[in-house]
Design a protein around this ligand. Structure first.
Ligand code: HEC
Ligand code: HEC
Ligand code: HEC
Ligand code: HEC
Ligand code: HEC
Ligand code: HEC
Ligand code: HEC
Ligand code: HEC
Ligand code: HEC
Length: 305
């Protein structure tokens, strides 16, 4: 009797758990739909469409079956414990209940306006890691009318979901003149594969000028810490001293003189014009034995060593 009773409880509660799971699944999708579906979606799919599940989409779109390297594989997770469970294809394309084998009733991201495309990605990526939507809105890229899909591809398998396999090639596809700069005699080692554009620029952020990851010399110090000092004798060329920090003397991308120098001949004379006579001395002002510690020195006021 007692045994039967408890069996009933076990059977009963597992049915209950099952029901909770099932309804959780359904209710969850509807909630998720409300949460993640921006208003514009209704104009494409109708307000009351239901989710049908990824398996159904794949019956008619077998080519879109994601491989194991699909960036958004997590959305297709069938594990009910996954925080992303229930999104599926429809997490991006919207509920497919009214899509019956033609172009209607489903979202084709390629057809969204820039504003809609940005909302499309941002409904899930409002604040993921380095990407921040508010900051994006202030960026030159946003101002120029780019949207997420200018750089990221719908079914891309690239780890950052980029349209091009290689980030540098992606940037060159619009900033063609930068390829020439990074091919000059002296250049930051991009084509050698040691750094990438995003080491210095955040493609999404308008927090700093030129979408840089850090402002002014702070950027350069990230990798050239030895030039930061503090030195006993500092050649301080900050804007307050009438200079432009490191960029007073160096190009950021590439140049034809050694060491990314801007003007190899009159580099120093642009400010120390009183030294013109000495400038007939052969070699550069920073040749060995002269002002060779041009960034700053611990011992020499004249940056000799
Ligand atoms: C009964 C078959 C069928 C099912 C199920 C189906 N589709 Fe489609 N889908 C089609 C056909 C056919 C087209 C039109 C293709 C064309 O004209 O090039 C299409 C078009 C699309 C388009 C492009 C729409 C456009 O504006 O160009 C997308 C995106 C899409 N489907 C995604 C999905 C998703 C996501 C699901 C699951 C929710 C799904 N489909 C389910 C058959 C289906
Ligand atoms: C339905 C929600 C959803 C939508 C819509 C969505 N994503 Fe994602 N995205 C995710 C999830 C979840 C991950 C995986 C996160 C993880 O594994 O930690 C992800 C991963 C990514 C990654 C890789 C992150 C990394 O650090 O490697 C990029 C890049 C990305 N998404 C960009 C986009 C872009 C661009 C769009 C618009 C075309 C978009 N996503 C639309 C949910 C979404
Ligand atoms: C100009 C090209 C470009 C545009 C436009 C762009 N991205 Fe990216 N995105 C990148 C590159 C390059 C990376 C990889 C570098 C990195 O990690 O910062 C990236 C990385 C990401 C990541 C993963 C890393 C992180 O920072 O969390 C997410 C998420 C992301 N982008 C979302 C978006 C969304 C959402 C939009 C639209 C509002 C967008 N991106 C627009 C180029 C772009
Ligand atoms: C992270 C969001 C995301 C997920 C998840 C996703 N898609 Fe897409 N899909 C896109 C984007 C963005 C595009 C447009 C860019 C492109 O064509 O690759 C697209 C394009 C498509 C197209 C082609 C539309 C055209 O122009 O003809 C089809 C069909 C499609 N997806 C089906 C699916 C199916 C089926 C699934 C689930 C297995 C799925 N998608 C999952 C974002 C997504
Ligand atoms: C070592 C750091 C660094 C790297 C790597 C880098 N940049 Fe820059 N970039 C800068 C700095 C600093 C500025 C602002 C000062 C200037 O104009 O020199 C700048 C300015 C720019 C500008 C605006 C001014 C102009 O010159 O047109 C663009 C566009 C640009 N970078 C694109 C790129 C692209 C594309 C890549 C990769 C192919 C890249 N940068 C790689 C540091 C870098
Ligand atoms: C789809 C085209 C496109 C792609 C791809 C693209 N950009 Fe841009 N970028 C633009 C446009 C357009 C502007 C605004 C006009 C200008 O300043 O050139 C811009 C502006 C910038 C600026 C600011 C320029 C300034 O004057 O302050 C930087 C820095 C930059 N892009 C870097 C990058 C980097 C790094 C990548 C690769 C991750 C990239 N861009 C990819 C089109 C693109
Ligand atoms: C993401 C890291 C990184 C950042 C940020 C960075 N650099 Fe570099 N820089 C490098 C690397 C790597 C080299 C090559 C070093 C080598 O070959 O030994 C280099 C080389 C140089 C060189 C020597 C070039 C030559 O032809 O030998 C100069 C000058 C230079 N950087 C100046 C700067 C300035 C100025 C800034 C700030 C605008 C800056 N760097 C920002 C990584 C960086
Ligand atoms: C007054 C001009 C001037 C300024 C300002 C300047 N540099 Fe230089 N830099 C030079 C000269 C000249 C050389 C070549 C030195 C040599 O050949 O010994 C050089 C060489 C370099 C080199 C390559 C050789 C080495 O010592 O590693 C790096 C890296 C570098 N500078 C980074 C920086 C950074 C970072 C800043 C900003 C904190 C900066 N420079 C500011 C003039 C300058
Ligand atoms: C943007 C202007 C500017 C440029 C370019 C510049 N300097 Fe200077 N330099 C200054 C200023 C201002 C001072 C004094 C303040 C200080 O110590 O920072 C100074 C100080 C010096 C001193 C210390 C002795 C003195 O007169 O106070 C030496 C030596 C020197 N610079 C050498 C050079 C050399 C060599 C170059 C070229 C590689 C160079 N400078 C490029 C502005 C500049």
């Amino acid at each position: 009797m007692v045994l039967r009773h408890s069996t009933r409880i076990i059977v009963g509660s597992s049915i209950l758990i099952l029901m909770v799971l099932l309804t959780a699944g359904i209710v969850w999708s509807q909630d998720a739909k409300k949460e993640v579906v921006p208003a514009y979606m209704d104009t494409y799919i109708g307000a009351d469409a239901d989710q049908v599940g990824s398996a159904k989409c794949l019956m008619c779109h077998p080519k879109r079956k994601p491989s194991n390297t699909f960036t958004h594989l997590a959305l297709l997770d069938l594990d009910t414990n996954s925080p992303y469970y229930g999104f599926g294809c429809e997490g991006c394309h919207g509920p497919g209940g009214k899509h019956n084998g033609n172009k209607l009733g489903i979202i084709n991201p390629n057809k969204l306006s820039p504003d809609e495309a940005n909302q499309f990605c941002s409904k899930c990526h409002s604040d993921l890691r380095s990407y921040n939507y508010k900051s994006w809105l202030m960026s030159d890229h946003n101002a120029a009318g780019l949207d997420c899909l200018s750089c990221h591809g719908g079914h891309s398998e690239n780890d950052k979901f980029l349209k091009e396999k290689d980030q540098t090639e992606l940037c060159y596809s619009c900033h063609a003149e930068k390829r020439a700069e990074f091919s000059m005699r002296s250049h930051h080692p991009l084509k050698e594969g040691h750094i990438t554009c995003d080491n210095c620029h955040n493609p999404h952020s308008g927090d700093n000028n030129n979408q840089l990851v850090a402002e002014g010399d702070e950027l350069c110090f990230k990798c050239h810490g030895d030039k930061q000092g503090p030195f006993v004798f500092d050649h301080d060329l900050s804007p307050a001293m009438g200079g432009n920090g490191c960029l007073t003397c160096h190009f950021s991308h590439g140049g034809n003189a050694d060491n990314l120098l801007r003007f190899p001949h009159r580099l120093c004379l642009q400010c120390h014009s009183d030294k013109t006579a000495e400038a007939h001395h052969p070699g550069t002002c920073w040749a060995t034995g002269c002002h060779s510690q041009i960034h700053g020195s611990y011992t020499s006021e004249l940056f000799f060593d």
